[in-house]
Design a protein around this ligand. Structure first.
Ligand SMILES: [Zn+2]
Length: 427
């Protein structure tokens, strides 16, 4: 039986991945857990997401599915942050004999939930049409993620990474986390690039420890279950209550939709889109750096590197009109929020200055508007400015925001196979 759960957390506490980890341990009394649980991140632009827009899926081989369902529903009822307005849990169950008939419809639903904006009604329609057992709490928004998590297990083969999540003992929830920061840097240097986003080297930050009052102590992201477990063993911290390794679509760019034209871009979707820089970058109060790109369709879009992207903004500020770029990011509030940028080609940076006098070598001066240039010393005249190509302080390549500003779904450059890929800033 496959179990999908979503939307049990709130900004104040809980975490759907914790509930998943707890159930992984508790459900063993009813059968055998098949493979690793999944942690699915949905469309990151959805405004009513609680915190990380995470849902979880568990696959269990059991001879008593009714007991499993009762246990899961009881746990959600008592542990979900139901008092929070934004928390609307949902759970969906797919029985063994239902898997084949719902595989395709849930697989499509999963892909769409990561890229598009789905409604609760759509989730309820799929449930009604397939006859799957489910329970939606309050407005039932969590049914969207619950169906998606089931769809992800039924349709393996999507690009994936792994995350080891360490959970705090319950009496510690909401108190400051006791972790040895130095141990994260040691663990990172031992296993990077097989793990990533444990620390942000250039900003000297530990980025895998959340600040919210939820049960997560830290999460180690990496390319296989063995390396994330081994990295976690190197970390010194307060005692854990439990841990869990999830297979996840984090770090895969699954949310990005490649488009041929800027004119196809819509709010609350994420894209890979190419264009030429049509407005020079400028930095607005608050520290956000903005520029525009356009393409042959005549459409243009503002691209933004927000303040939390730190030094990434200094890279973006080096772009000039005419540079050809490919931008990876989410379109929200009329701006493309940059996660990565490929600088495809650079426009010449031309500076003009008054010509030197060919007779005496002195710099000539303007002879008046439209009158060309004249040497004040010897009177020689010249009609034109001299133009020189300046060296650009940026190279073609693909650049990403630092780990401290990374979106869950954004694929880090360490996962790219292309040797032309550049890390910025380099570590
Ligand atoms: Zn002269």
């Amino acid at each position: 039986m496959i179990i999908g759960i979503d939307d049990t957390d709130s900004r104040e506490g809980m975490c759907t991945t914790y509930l998943g980890a707890l159930l992984m341990d508790e459900l063993r009394q009813y059968g055998t857990i098949v493979e690793l649980p999944v942690l699915v991140r949905l469309n990151p632009t959805i405004p009513y997401k609680t915190r990380g827009n995470a849902c979880v899926g568990i696959n269990i081989a059991t001879s008593c599915p009714d007991k499993v369902m009762e246990h899961v529903i009881s746990r959600i009822s008592t542990m979900a942050a139901l008092e929070c307005d934004m928390t609307n849990p949902g759970v969906v169950f797919v029985q063994d004999d239902e898997c084949e008939s719902v595989r395709d419809v849930l697989g499509t639903f999963f892909q769409r939930a990561v890229k598009e904006v789905l409604s609760i009604e759509e989730a309820k329609y799929v449930i009604a049409k397939t006859g799957l057992q489910s329970k939606g709490f309050k407005n039932g928004r969590g049914l969207i993620g619950a169906l998606s998590a089931c769809g992800s297990i039924l349709n393996p083969g999507w690009d994936h990474t792994f995350e080891y999540l360490a959970y705090r003992q319950r009496e510690k929830w909401g108190t400051p986390r006791n972790v040895d920061k130095a141990s994260f840097f040691v663990a990172d240097s031992a296993t990077y690039p097989a793990t990533w986003d444990t620390v942000d080297v250039s900003n000297e930050l530990v980025v895998c420890v959340p600040h919210s009052p939820d049960p997560v102590l830290y999460g180690i992201r990496g390319k296989d279950p063995e390396v994330v477990r081994r990295t976690a063993e190197m970390i010194s911290s307060e005692l854990l209550e439990r841990s869990c390794v999830y297979c996840t679509n984090q770090g895969t760019d699954m949310h990005l939709i490649p488009v041929d034209s800027i004119s196809e871009i819509q709010e609350m979707h994420s894209y890979i889109v190419s264009g030429f820089v049509s407005d020079d970058p400028f930095t607005i109060p608050g520290g956000h750096t903005i520029f525009s790109i356009s393409d042959s369709s005549g459409a243009s879009v503002e691209c933004a590197a927000f303040e939390p992207t730190k030094d990434f903004r200094s890279l973006v500020r080096k772009l000039i009109q005419g540079d050809i770029v490919k931008v990876y990011g989410s379109f929200m509030n009329k701006a493309l929020n940059i996660e990565k940028i490929e600088v495809v080609s650079l426009a010449p940076l031309v500076a003009s200055h008054n010509p030197e006098c060919p007779s005496c070598g002195k710099r000539m001066e303007s002879a008046g508007k439209g009158q060309g240039y004249r040497c004040r010393k010897c009177g020689t005249k010249s009609p034109v400015l001299v133009q020189v190509n300046l060296k650009r302080d940026i190279e073609p390549g693909i650049y990403e925001v630092p780990p401290c500003a990374r979106r869950h779904l954004a694929k880090p450059l360490v996962r790219f196979q292309n040797p032309s890929v550049k890390e910025f800033p380099s570590r």
